[in-house]
Design a protein around this ligand. Structure first.
Ligand SMILES: [Zn+2]
Length: 174
């Protein structure tokens, strides 16, 4: 069965990024709907850290219906972690930041395709989490939790064999 996704652009995320993501997801057989841009709660900004609290944003997203995947260009953190690429809840929404997926963040030359490649991997990982998949130890597997851009670049946009078996049980495919 094809999975339906509701993409929510947050704040000043570029439309070019959202459209490129939509195309990649459609190519992977997802049904993709793009929502109107949403603002995030002002209380999400931590002025000392100059970052945004992902938990506060998730509280807002949880009120929406559907398979919610929100995309932001703002830098996210959660609890004591310095930053997160994304947060995703089982049977709930997910939130992904492109802030640290962008090669420009690492003082590298602009590379839109690489940015989108990383974003797609992070989104697929989040969809897995929303469907109840666990983190995978296999560093090539899409369900491996990436803690750096390098981790993301290393993994593939596929489930490993073990995860594929798990997915067959859950009736979910990438
Ligand atoms: Zn795996």
């Amino acid at each position: 069965m094809r999975t339906e996704l509701d993409i929510i652009p947050l704040e000043k995320i570029s439309e070019e990024v959202i459209l490129a993501l939509k195309q990649e997801l459609k190519d992977r057989n997802f049904i993709v709907r793009i929502y109107a841009k949403m603002n995030i709660p002002k209380t999400a900004l931590n002025i000392y850290r100059k970052q945004y609290n992902a938990k506060i944003i998730l509280d807002t997203l949880r009120k929406l219906k559907g398979n919610i995947v929100a995309i932001t260009n703002l830098d996210l953190y959660i609890d004591k972690l310095n930053f997160v690429f994304s947060v995703a809840e089982y049977d709930g929404p997910s939130l992904i930041s492109i802030y640290r997926l962008d090669p420009k963040f690492y003082q590298e030359k602009p590379n839109f395709d690489l940015l989108i490649d990383r974003l797609v991997k992070e989104v697929l990982y989040c969809i897995g989490k929303m469907k109840g998949m666990r983190d995978c130890q296999n560093i090539k597997c899409i369900m491996h939790r990436a803690s750096s851009a390098r981790d993301l670049d290393y993994k593939e946009k596929e489930f490993c064999k073990d995860c594929k078996i798990n997915n067959a049980i859950k009736g979910f495919e990438l």
